[in-house]
Design a protein around this ligand. Structure first.
Ligand SMILES: Nc1ncnc2c1ncn2[C@@H]1O[C@H](COP(=O)(O)OP(=O)(O)OP(=O)(O)O)[C@@H](O)[C@H]1O
Ligand SMILES: [Mg+2]
Length: 228
């Protein structure tokens, strides 16, 4: 099976080498759990390795994403150069529609040989729709469109709880090829970041809850360490 290395330290090891190529993975987590940072590093590592990527932000502006990511990851010194070379593209669409987003990705694949895409977040689209059924249908159509494209996609989902026990399942969790959950867990008088690979169709993977850190040179998943 072809795999796409996320380039995030420790995560590829947990995935048995990387995300199965051309699949779509949900990155689910509560507020501030690190969804945007994870998504951005996925695009950044790809760009460094010669795989162009597009970051589609549905909430924050291009400038906000870039300035936040530069301040979170001050050691990603070549970000500006990669953006200039169009190896990384951050786009904030005017409209919140999945068809438009799929077209944008398709366009980027044709024009700039984009191989990685992040959509941050699907929850924004869900909230923009009047009816749940409408969202389900569009999500389904969107994923069918993506299936035919030569692009590996991560979509962030806003989880409503930071706790592992309270994770609930929505339509996205069933239709996506993979789910990675990010947590901000209670540990005594502080919170600790942790993740788990909840599902990844077609591959064996770690089933451990593993702590991670957001460091100036990237995210570090501390494989082999325990949270509790
Ligand atoms: N330079 C830094 N060093 C360490 N941690 C940082 C740094 N910059 C940001 N963070 C942490 O990262 C968190 C934000 O991460 P990120 O924006 O990726 O989360 P998110 O899940 O996308 O959040 P939201 O739900 O608000 O979109 C901050 O709340 C902060 O705890
Ligand atoms: Mg975010």
């Amino acid at each position: 099976m072809d795999r796409v290395k996320t380039g995030i330290s420790g995560l590829d090891e947990m995935l048995g080498g990387g995300i199965p190529a051309r699949r779509h993975v949900a990155l689910s987590g509560g507020p501030g759990c690190g969804k945007t940072s994870f998504g951005f590093e996925f695009i950044y590592r790809g760009a460094q390795a010669g795989e162009n990527g597009v970051y589609i932000s549905l909430e924050e502006t291009e400038d906000d994403i870039l300035s936040n990511m530069k301040s979170t990851f001050p050691m990603f010194a070549d970000v500006d150069a990669l953006i200039k070379a169009k190896s990384i593209k951050i786009i904030k669409p005017d409209k919140l529609d999945m068809e438009g987003i799929a077209e944008t990705i398709e366009d980027e694949i044709t024009k700039h040989e984009v191989r990685r895409a992040v959509i941050d977040s699907a929850t924004m689209i869900r909230l923009s729709m009047a009816k749940e059924i409408e969202y389900r249908q569009t999500l389904f159509e969107f994923l069918s469109l993506l299936r035919n494209l030569d692009c590996t996609t991560i979509t962030t989902l806003e989880a409503t709880s930071p706790q592992r026990e309270s994770v609930t399942f929505d339509i996205e969790h069933f239709v996506m090829d993979g789910i990675i959950n990010l947590y901000n867990l209670d540990k005594g008088d502080k919170r600790i970041r942790a993740l788990e690979i909840f599902k990844m169709r077609g591959t064996d993977h770690s089933r451990e809850l593993v702590p991670f850190r957001v460091l100036p040179n990237g995210i570090k998943v501390d494989v082999g360490e325990k949270v509790f």
